[in-house]
Design a protein around this ligand. Structure first.
Ligand code: TYD
Length: 228
């Protein structure tokens, strides 16, 4: 007799079959070197024949870029309350997931995302002191079941992060970059605590190591964890 599959099981199998790609998010404070490392990892993955898509938050879609502008560069941005900020980041994320991330994962692409759900938990939750429960619910609402397979945190001391922000600022620092040192301490600690609580998803790299070394640590971890 044919074995019956329960609806729950067959739906989770369908999901697993539909999602053939891999989602890797990069997190860390400003100046931690995420974009350099994302570009390098994308190149490595392409060399072994994987299709790769790099994207960023907030932004990554036309709607998302407009939202990004509103949050990050709006000259009146200082008046924005933390709740509005949280919801705008979530709005940008919801659009990115549906328009870019999910369709690419279905095609088997490796998606590298510069910031994702954990940025909201850390920046709006830990650093801006919004309650974590609603943030988790909003994150979940925004991304559904499109959670990262791996999250790489580039950890740098606050002083290094601030020095790098000052160095690279060709124009005036943006709204988030104008935050004070206490804010960035909270961001750093927030990531470390989160990573400790979810060790299977997170990988923390010392971002003060030489760039080559950071590249190698990330590449080794990606290959080990994701079997690529
Ligand atoms: P960006 O210029 O992309 O900074 P970085 O290169 O460091 O990623 O600006 C994004 C800013 O938005 C950054 O300060 C982090 C912040 N942010 C949040 O506060 N919450 C979020 O959910 C996201 C995605 C970003």
């Amino acid at each position: 007799m044919k074995k019956k599959t329960s609806p729950a099981r067959s739906s989770s199998r369908r999901k697993a079959a539909a999602r053939r790609g891999i989602l890797i998010s990069f997190e860390g404070s400003e100046g931690s070197g995420k974009s350099t490392q994302i570009a390098y990892l994308a190149g490595q993955l392409q060399q072994i024949g994987r299709e790769v898509l790099s994207t960023r938050e907030p932004g990554g879609t036309e709607i998302g870029e407009q939202v990004r502008n509103l949050i990050v560069h709006n000259s009146k941005g200082d008046e924005m309350c933390a709740e509005t900020e949280l919801l705008l980041f979530a709005a940008s994320r919801a659009q990115l997931v549906r328009e870019v991330i999910a369709p690419n994962l279905m095609k088997g692409v490796v998606v590298l995302c510069d910031r994702y759900i954990d940025s909201s938990t850390v920046y709006q939750g830990v650093a801006r002191n919004l309650s974590l429960d609603p943030i988790q619910q909003i994150n979940r609402f925004a991304v559904g079941d499109v959670l990262p397979d791996l999250t790489i945190v580039l950890d740098v001391p606050t002083s290094v992060s601030l020095a790098r922000i000052r160095q690279r600022a060709s124009d005036l620092p943006d709204r988030m970059e104008r935050e004070n040192i206490q804010f960035y301490k909270k961001v750093r600690d927030g990531y470390l605590v989160l990573a400790r609580s979810l060790p299977r998803r997170f990988f923390v790299v010392d971002g003060t190591l030489p760039e080559e070394k950071v590249r190698k640590l990330i590449w080794d971890e990606v290959r080990k964890r994701l079997g690529v």
